[in-house]
Design a binder for this molecule. Structure first.
Ligand code: MG
Length: 382
């Protein structure tokens, strides 16, 4: 049995992971479930997956969780408890889908302890891509398998290929709900309009990021570190159906695409089973029924997020962390009704221009750059 720790068990990815794990109980045993606030969902998953341990990141929720779980599992609290869980000798694998920067420490610890990390938390690679990939490379057994659908697609397109065969890697984007809108209408879009994603059913922050295409900006940065690709070998193409997740363009002009229905459980299953594959019951992609696949170039004038990504990719160091932090605050301000939708880009652009970029040296230094960018993003006008 493969012993799994799930960090971020109650979010959109965590709940899909619970489906995958409960459907494959012959292969996976859940060692620990960890989340922040949603202790009722933790309790539900405790019944479903019978973990040894349940952890909340919130000190406030700890007594409530203890009472709720009773004798069904041991109960822990805090990021330290998560970091301890992922380094236990009996643990084989860690699925990390914690939102925000809290996943970085446990992921680094898991990699150093030689664990297989199925990674869904974008911030881990966006903020600390160099440190994290170094930790994976320097640890026997430590490896990262991406759970994001595009990166899962890229890893499948690149499987077994040498880097000198690759001309370019394409990430696809749905284009989000504003793909066909003009700039004026996008500028004044409301929160509920931004949350109406055409193809994927995801959490709130990532859905807003999809509408602004900031999600794709973050994914380009992730891909840069994950696959060790220079910025000029990374590009984006819109596939509104969200069926093609990634393409590898080879030096002889061949294009290898990875396709599936837009269902995160597929990428989660591959992240857990890599390099093996699990058997998925039920229907798969029916191309004939679907009829057509469309592709468009992204409109960088309407969606400046991709230009921010280019700047962050080329500068590297702490600039990706700054982009991410400024965007998080800007999305929060947009959701609070404090700024217009176009204000998200204004804030991110202004904060990125105002900082001094430093090379990635330590997690502490990166988190300092993150905090500085957050403070600025609250100050500047959107
Ligand atoms: Mg994605």
């Amino acid at each position: 049995m493969i012993q799994v720790v799930v960090l971020g068990a109650t979010g959109s990815i965590g709940r899909s992971a619970a489906d995958v794990l409960s459907a494959n109980k012959d292969k996976y045993a859940v060692h620990t479930l960890a989340a922040c606030n949603n202790i009722d969902e933790l309790s539900r998953q405790c019944d479903l997956l019978s973990p040894r341990q349940v952890i909340t990141a919130s000190e406030e929720k700890f007594p409530g969780l203890k009472q709720l779980i009773g004798s069904r599992a041991s109960v822990g609290c805090g990021i330290e408890a998560m970091t301890e869980a992922v380094t236990q000798p009996e643990v084989d694998m860690v699925l990390c889908s914690i939102i925000g920067t809290a996943g970085i420490k446990p992921v680094l610890a898991a990699l150093k302890a030689g664990k297989h990390v199925a990674l869904a938390s974008k911030e881990v690679l966006v903020l600390a891509g160099e440190l994290v990939m170094k930790a994976a490379a320097g640890s026997p057994g430590g490896k990262i398998v991406p759970v994001d659908s595009e990166h899962s697609g890229v890893s499948q397109c690149l499987a077994g290929r040498r880097s000198d065969e690759i001309r370019k890697v394409w990430l696809t984007a749905s284009g989000g709900p504003f793909r066909t809108w003009d700039s004026e209408r996008i500028a004044d879009a409301t929160v509920s309009e931004a949350l109406a994603h055409p193809t994927w059913n995801m959490g709130k922050k990532i859905t807003i990021d999809s509408a602004s295409m900031m999600n794709k900006a973050l994914e380009l940065i992730e891909a840069r570190y994950l696959f060790d690709l220079p910025p000029e070998k990374l590009d984006v193409v819109i596939n509104p159906q969200s069926v093609v997740h990634a393409l590898a363009e080879l030096t002889d002009g061949s294009m290898i695409a990875q396709m599936s229905v837009p269902d995160m459980r597929l990428a989660i299953a591959y992240g857990l089973s890599y390099p093996e594959r699990l058997t998925k019951p039920g229907s798969t992609l029916n191309l004939a029924e679907m009829g057509r696949l469309e592709f468009f170039a992204p409109d960088r004038k309407k969606f400046p997020s991709l230009d921010f990504a280019d700047a962050a990719l080329r500068a590297g160091g702490t600039l990706p962390a700054v982009l991410n932090a400024a965007n998080e605050v800007a999305v929060e301000r947009f959701c609070a009704g404090e700024i217009k939708f176009s204000g998200i880009w204004k804030i991110v652009g202004a904060v990125m221009e105002s900082v001094t970029v430093e090379p990635q040296e330590s997690l502490e230094q990166i988190l300092e750059a993150d905090a500085e960018a957050r403070a600025k993003a609250w100050e500047v006008a959107g």
